[in-house]
Design a binder for this molecule. Structure first.
Ligand code: SAM
Length: 278
């Protein structure tokens, strides 16, 4: 069943000459039932503004609007996509705002009213950079309630990884310290046009009202960056730049100084950060 009265995405792409550009990481989703399903994983959108980064020809945008988003702010770098997005705006009067530009340079807050959710299918490098920014705001809770983001499967696994796994690291700690994070959907390369080389997954993160364990964000970020930069080293060596008594401090936090970062829980990293703050 059609989710809206607009033309199929293949037709939109042909009409507006939107051949996919590698330089912009363009792999489009053309199945509107799939984009509506992704929109549903973002939660109840009816009373929310949704920030969408990289709408392209508008598959996910249409999914978000069809699922009832109160208002969508779509930021797209590729000027060729703007006329196609304007047609969507005309079908949903007053509910779509389109900004042309680089999402890394635009402050979207002036255009949004809380509660705000974020949804995107973005190129991998931009997606990770934005995710880290959204996870490390100056204050918590952040301006958004949830993030629903498409990533390469390998990146999605790094976000939800648990201690003891090869993918556990800085991204898992940043994400899970102040969010519930889960993989909501897995997608094979053939779900996209053109198909990327690897599988993808949609990760859904919802912001907790408060951090899971107390810690100063700057201290925790520094400790975790140092610990995982040299993930094969024992922590007493990887963290020796934090002072001559780092072994005592690790022990006081309940961490074996000979352990490696990938076995240390989020709770223990927070305990170590609190000891370092003293
Ligand atoms: N959301 C569409 C979909 O699911 O079919 C398009 C996804 S495509 C993987 C990524 C989109 O992000 C492209 O439309 C691309 O032009 C856009 N994009 C790439 N870098 C961007 C940036 N820095 N800021 C805003 N949009 C960007």
């Amino acid at each position: 069943m059609a989710i809206d009265p607009l033309p199929p995405l293949r037709e939109v792409i042909a009409t507006h000459g939107l051949s996919a550009r590698k330089s912009l990481g363009q792999n489009f989703l053309l199945d509107l039932n799939l984009t509506a399903k992704i929109a549903r994983t973002a939660g109840d959108l009816r009373d929310c503004d949704v920030l969408e980064i990289g709408p392209g020809p508008g598959g996910l945008t249409r999914g978000l609007l069809a699922e009832g988003a109160r208002h969508v702010l779509a930021i797209e770098k590729d000027a060729r996509c703007i006329p196609a997005l304007e047609e969507i705006g005309a079908a949903y009067p007053g509910r779509l705002t389109i900004l042309e530009g680089d999402a890394l340079d635009i402050d979207p807050l002036a255009y949004l009213t809380p509660p705000i959710r974020i949804a995107a299918n973005l190129p991998y490098n931009v997606g990770t950079e934005l995710l880290v920014r959204w996870l490390t705001p100056p204050d918590w809770p952040p301006f958004w309630q949830s993030l629903t983001l498409m990533f390469q499967r390998e990146v999605a696994e790094r976000i939800v990884a648990q201690p003891g796994s090869k993918t556990y690291g800085r991204l898992a700690i940043l994400a899970q310290w102040r969010c519930d994070a889960q993989i909501a959907l897995s997608l094979p390369p053939q779900a996209f046009t053109p198909p990327p080389k690897v599988s993808s997954a949609v990760v859904h993160l919802s912001a907790l009202p408060e951090p899971r364990f107390p810690a100063d964000p700057k201290v925790l970020e520094r400790v975790v960056a140092m610990a995982f930069n040299q993930r094969r080293k024992m922590l007493r060596a990887a963290l020796k730049g934090l002072g001559p008594d780092i072994e005592d401090k690790l022990r006081a936090a309940g961490i074996d100084p000979t352990a490696r970062a990938e076995t240390v829980s989020l709770e223990a990293f927070c305990a170590l950060s609190r000891i370092l703050e003293r």
